[in-house]
Design a protein around this ligand. Structure first.
Ligand SMILES: Cc1cc2nc3c(=O)[nH]c(=O)nc-3n(C[C@H](O)[C@H](O)[C@H](O)COP(=O)(O)OP(=O)(O)OC[C@H]3O[C@@H](n4cnc5c(N)ncnc54)[C@H](O)[C@@H]3O)c2cc1C
Length: 266
């Protein structure tokens, strides 16, 4: 491995590790402000987003809560909403952490991670599928009674991500053989929009649930444009009909046919 200072290192393996570094220079450069930083940077906040200085709050990627930085757009929005409620005097709402499930392409490889991906929950069971020839690795983590999904890891093939995420987020009972959810060439139960509970999140950017969309349709939103205007669903990440930060939690969850089937036009 050749470094830019002309030195080199013999190596068999190179591991890339990328992460978030909070932009906290404004505090670092002004220590007299009385705001404390976390050990690895980032503005320390409590569950009400208060910094260590009076009347100064911090949210988003510059903040550290419970030794963690929350690095997704949707989390920033939910932090903003709770923080605004706090400032307006509603001290009931507090931040208790957030779901960090995510799907992305890492150096050309599809990867996805849901919930307790490492199976750290006591008594949890892990199911693995590996196909080294095709570079596919899948893992499911379930409760000890096999009933609910606690987490998942998908590498090389993230086709199952949307289904698994809905099962996880909505605590939906798993099929008798949960491993069927990650095995190839097996008929899998598909979480269509009709099977989701009303509380299921369809657009995580704006925290729009299936119930919100149904209510909009029942209230007269008869086109995708109307649904977007009424609920803001799919307007954050710009993906039409594919919400949740462009990750597509569900394929076309609010397509025309579904809206028609829900609306009084039928
Ligand atoms: C390449 C990349 C891809 C990403 N993809 C996704 C994705 O697919 N889905 C997802 O959910 N998230 C994604 N993220 C993360 C997402 O962008 C961040 O979580 C989100 O933007 C954080 O919002 P924020 O408002 O806290 O910070 P930012 O969006 O970084 O905004 C902070 C702003 O403050 C300004 N600022 C900083 N210091 C000062 C100062 N002293 N004075 C004035 N202004 C200042 C900065 O210039 C910036 O404009 C991605 C991030 C990157 C880098």
């Amino acid at each position: 491995m050749q470094f830019t200072d002309a030195t080199s290192l013999d190596t068999d393996l190179i591991v890339f590790s990328a992460g978030i570094r909070p932009q906290d220079a404004i505090v670092k450069n002004n220590p007299e402000c009385g705001i404390k930083l976390g050990g690895r940077g980032g503005i320390l906040i409590d569950e009400q987003f208060r910094t260590t200085a009076d009347n100064i709050y911090a949210i988003g990627e510059c903040a550290v809560w419970g030794n963690k930085v929350f690095d997704l757009v949707a989390l920033g929005y939910s932090m903003a909403s709770i923080c605004a409620a706090q400032i307006a005097g509603d001290t009931e709402q507090t931040f208790t952490g957030a779901d960090m499930s995510n799907k992305l392409k890492l150096m050309g490889v599809e990867v996805g991670s849901i919930g307790d991906a490492q199976g750290k929950t006591e008594g949890s069971l892990s199911y693995l599928y590996q196909n080294p020839k095709e570079g596919v690795y899948k893992k499911l983590v379930t409760t000890d009674d096999n009933k609910n999904l606690l987490g998942a890891v998908l590498v090389g093939d993230t086709e199952d991500y949307n289904n698994l995420l809905q099962l996880y987020l909505n605590d939906i009972d798993l099929p008798a053989h949960p491993e069927s959810l990650i095995l190839p060439n097996v008929e899998k139960p598909v979480m269509g929009i009709e099977n989701l509970p009303d509380i299921a999140t369809i657009c995580s950017c704006y925290n729009v649930s299936k119930g919100d969309i149904c209510a909009a349709v029942e209230g007269g939103a008869y086109s995708i444009a109307d649904v977007k205007a009424y609920t803001s669903a799919a307007t954050g990440c710009g993906a039409v009909g594919l919400c949740a930060n462009g990750q597509g939690y569900l394929k076309l969850p609010i397509n025309h046919a579904w809206i028609r089937s829900k609306s009084r036009l039928m």
